[in-house]
Design a protein around this ligand. Sequence first.
Ligand SMILES: Cc1cc2nc3c(=O)[nH]c(=O)nc-3n(C[C@H](O)[C@H](O)[C@H](O)COP(=O)(O)OP(=O)(O)OC[C@H]3O[C@@H](n4cnc5c(N)ncnc54)[C@H](O)[C@@H]3O)c2cc1C
Ligand SMILES: *[C@@H]1O[C@H](CO)[C@@H](O)[C@H](O)[C@H]1NC(C)=O
Ligand SMILES: *[C@@H]1O[C@H](CO)[C@@H](O)[C@H](O)[C@H]1NC(C)=O
Ligand SMILES: *[C@@H]1O[C@H](CO)[C@@H](O)[C@H](O)[C@H]1NC(C)=O
Length: 505
Amino acid sequence: MLRNSIAALASLLGATSAFEFYTFDGPGSPSCHNVVEVHNATSVAEMASLVKDAARRGLQVRAGGKGHMWYDTQCSDDATVIIRTEFVNGISDFDLEGGSVVVEGGVTFFQLAEYLHERGANIGTGLVNWNITLGGSIAMGAHRTSLREDAVVVGGVLALDIIDGNGDVRQVERDESSEEWLAASTSLGLLGIIARIKMQIFPETKVYAMQTTLQENDVLNGDIYKLISPYLTANFWWWPSQHKFHWRTYDIVPTNTSSQLGFQSTFSVTALEAGAAVVLLNSGKYSSIPNLAAEGIFFGLWDKPNFHDKVTDAEITDWPIYGWNYDVLIGGLYPGQKPEWEYGLKGYTLELAFPVTRANEVLKRIRALFDAETAKGMPMASTYRSGINIKFGKAHFDLLGQVTTDTADGQDWSKGAIMFDFPSFRPSLGDEKRYNEAFYINLANTLVDEFPCRPHWTKNTRDVFKRAVKNLDPSYLSRFKAVRQKFDPKGIYRSVVGEIIGMYD
Ligand SMILES: Cc1cc2nc3c(=O)[nH]c(=O)nc-3n(C[C@H](O)[C@H](O)[C@H](O)COP(=O)(O)OP(=O)(O)OC[C@H]3O[C@@H](n4cnc5c(N)ncnc54)[C@H](O)[C@@H]3O)c2cc1C
Ligand SMILES: *[C@@H]1O[C@H](CO)[C@@H](O)[C@H](O)[C@H]1NC(C)=O
Ligand SMILES: *[C@@H]1O[C@H](CO)[C@@H](O)[C@H](O)[C@H]1NC(C)=O
Ligand SMILES: *[C@@H]1O[C@H](CO)[C@@H](O)[C@H](O)[C@H]1NC(C)=O
């Protein structure tokens, strides 16, 4: 009786009961704790009117893309309306000669690449992964891996239409002398919903992918800048218990170099492979041995090309691989296979960026921490199918970006950044913590405390963000805050990340 009348009163006041909203990992992996409504908007105008309505009702608002983020940092902990962009996905104004196209915020890389390829174009290196929205990746400063070309997606952006805190659309054009642009370039969704993006485009190209195995010492003591910077895009995958790295490079080739149509997949697995991996990795919750075994198996698998023929789906067995730009740099899922997380292979992650000038020092420090764990009788292994991802980003100046320059720390970020991207298996048993749980926490704390480093905005826990604020430039934060106050004076787009970095103090 009482319950009913409370419900009636709540609905009279326009309130609904709150629920969790999930990341791509689904139930058990909340991205928000206090969501009251989720809208599948279908146009920019509808998103704007939903914002006006939520603001009038005193609710918080956050955009929702494909949920390809890792922790509960999307929203604030106050009642929030999620406006999903999946169905706001128009592509228009294709102009290859002028070098641009306009996409709505919910367009995925996958969708844009297909559209452009059919018209003989691509977006260069401004791509991240197949099932992620352009709006979501630009908001959060997402990046590929390159020291030679722009690695951040926003590197290819010419203008952004943002729905501000009043529900009005504002256009911000690329202009490094404008505070609005420098804030919009990596906005964390705090200025509003990125509704439309004008992207640079280029004539379609073929590229190759090559992979070589390097001994750990040759990287730790090598010229890392020289191993990465000559290429269109390049990265390492680190296999700590194997003491080896895979070194992957890509570059453009003349279109007539090869007729091969290579198609990459980083996340496709068969049900059989996934089932075996879940059993092995779950037993690694209690002992190092299965984790070491898993790393050995994963290393062996990753040695071989993770490419199929796009037309026949036949496995490709020899390096190098050739194919169209997007198919080789990103690709997608193989027919009949699913991404690993849809089989219960869930993960934790951590990603920090350091000046590339300090790359050797950082990797050696991490090696020392691995060795200390071995000395304790608890050797570390990479429990992720593709190892530890070591990526790179060319410098790009803005206020909140991971690869910005001229910061108060006095470090040389101008040559770009090295990113330590450390995914690990999340056991589906008990407390879901890892065998070396304390090690993972200590590793993050040590790196944040000992090095100038910047967190990736969707790949870290609240604790890591809190600890990492000291490494951010206070003057850049206050410049961002000034723009934030103009775009969203009432703070309806607040998130815990925005709170932690002091945007609402
Ligand atoms: C398997 C996988 C691989 C990945 N690979 C990479 C990688 O190589 N490099 C890299 O940098 N990152 C990578 N990421 C991280 C990913 O790029 C970011 O988390 C990105 O923000 C996810 O975009 P989304 O469309 O899924 O947005 P969501 O996950 O739905 O949202 C992420 C955040 O962006 C906000 N947001 C979403 N859309 C908008 C919008 N239109 N306007 C304003 N704010 C918005 C949301 O409110 C939320 O705070 C990867 C993630 C996964 C799961
Ligand atoms: C893209 O991601 C969404 C959300 O995680 C999922 O439902 C969908 O199946 C994915 N699509 C592909 C092609 O992977
Ligand atoms: C929104 O779209 C998703 C598919 O992406 C669907 O699962 C969900 O039910 C839709 N929600 C509403 C309220 O229509
Ligand atoms: C590719 O085309 C260029 C220019 O048309 C030509 O010089 C070259 O020989 C061709 N290469 C191959 C492998 O056919």
